[in-house]
Ligand binder design. Structure first.
Ligand SMILES: *Cc1c(COP(=O)(O)O)cnc(C)c1O
Length: 380
């Protein structure tokens, strides 16, 4: 089976887990602290708070940004449900901004338009959650300027994009946002099995995220007493996970290089086909968590669903990232409807994430392209 992405685990990763199993700490301990420091060093942020998943990191980030009942939060329709759930679970009202037809990230044009309208109606969002789709950074420098102009906060969902850069600046540095979240789910760039981290340059946001992660508890450095500050959660990362993360982080350059090589290769092989690839802006370096193509279905023998099915039958586990969230039963229940976000909807009917990961071999890529070509109609 060839999946769209997968983890790459070596002997060092395994050894680091055994070391933790033989130590005194299994749950959040010295390895988590070390991992957080290494994340800071890697991404250029001041603070990092590790959690047991990207979703929980997003949740504590929303809580730290003080998202409460009735607050308005914006994100995009073509994302994983966690980008919206984090705000909804704080009681926020969610709204969406359509994506750009070429980069598949939030459209700056649509965002500006929506902000102008929102200003008139006096309902500027409290927080915007841009999503770095497939590893390509969102246009944070522009979004940061808009956040100053209109007065909203930014939480970057960078689950896909550890190691990516925007104008030469690493994602996670929070140069153009308040908090950035990475996920370490096995399909992502590096893994901790389950895990995530939130980075920030704000001491007070860091402190709040730690409290919400640790059951709402603030520990005193002076004595054994602790205080409960808020009804928090147990979102702790284990030292076992952190040890995998530390070991994986040592290999991230190699992982990113290989993913970028594969992307380059795909672009060459797909050039003359009725297939569009995700446009990477010149100011961006993508981590290529996903390689996303968009099919011009007029030139294919089969429907989108049939192509999906055919490829999967041949054991190529391609996927769609993502089904537009506003068309889900839950979003329909809270008032969204078909037709609201046309670019995301078209994307949801034509896009395909094809295999890309460190261990993917050249002959596997060639074979996949051959199979894909077999679904294209030969119109002369
Ligand atoms: C993976 C992912 C998350 C977080 O997922 P976890 O499995 O909880 O780590 C959030 N947003 C997006 C866009 C993701 O792809």
């Amino acid at each position: 089976m060839i999946p769209y992405s997968r983890q790459s685990i070596d002997t060092q990763d395994k050894k680091s887990v055994l070391k933790v199993l033989n130590s005194n700490f299994l749950t959040q301990g010295p390895k988590v602290e070390e991992f957080e420091k290494k994340i800071n060093k890697f991404s250029g942020s001041k603070y990092a708070v590790a959690a047991n998943s990207g979703s929980s990191a997003l949740h504590i980030a929303c809580l730290a940004l003080d998202i409460k009942k009735g607050d308005l939060v914006w994100t995009v329709p073509n994302t994983f449900v966690a980008s919206a759930n984090c705000a909804i679970n704080c009681g926020a009202k969610i709204d969406l901004v359509d994506i750009d037809k070429d980069t598949f990230n939030i459209s700056i044009e649509s965002l500006e338009k929506k902000l102008i309208e929102a200003k008139k109606r006096k309902n500027i969002p409290k927080v915007l959650i841009p999503v770095h789709l497939g590893g390509q950074p969102t246009q944070q420098r522009k979004i940061w300027r808009l956040s100053k102009k209109y007065g909203f906060k930014i939480l970057e969902d960078a689950s896909h994009s550890i190691g990516a850069k925007h104008h030469g600046i690493k994602v996670g540095s929070c140069k153009w946002s308040h908090i950035t979240v990475f996920s370490f789910h096995p399909v992502k760039i590096i893994t901790t099995a389950e895990g995530g981290v939130a980075t920030t340059n704000s001491k007070s946001l860091e402190k709040k995220m730690r409290i919400f992660r640790d059951n709402g508890i603030l520990r005193s450095l002076k004595n054994w007493r602790y205080k409960q500050i808020a009804p928090g959660f147990n979102y702790r990362m284990s030292d076992i996970s952190a040890a995998i993360g530390i070991s994986q982080l040592k290999k991230i350059k190699k992982f990113l290089k290989r993913r970028n090589e594969i992307a380059k290769y795909y672009k060459k092989l797909l050039k003359d086909l009725p297939i569009k690839v995700q446009k990477i802006l010149p100011e961006n370096y993508s981590s290529y968590h996903l390689f996303i193509i968009q099919l011009d279905l007029n030139h294919f023998k089969f429907s989108y669903n049939k192509i999906f099915k055919l490829l999967r039958k041949k054991k190529y586990y391609v996927n769609l990232h993502y089904m537009p969230i506003h068309l889900s039963p839950y979003f329909k229940k809270i008032g969204f409807r078909k037709g609201q976000y046309p670019v995301s909807e078209k994307y949801g009917k034509t896009a395909l994430s094809i295999p890309i990961y460190f261990g993917l071999r050249l002959n596997e890529i060639k074979k996949f392209i051959k199979v894909l070509k077999g679904t294209i109609e030969n119109k002369k």
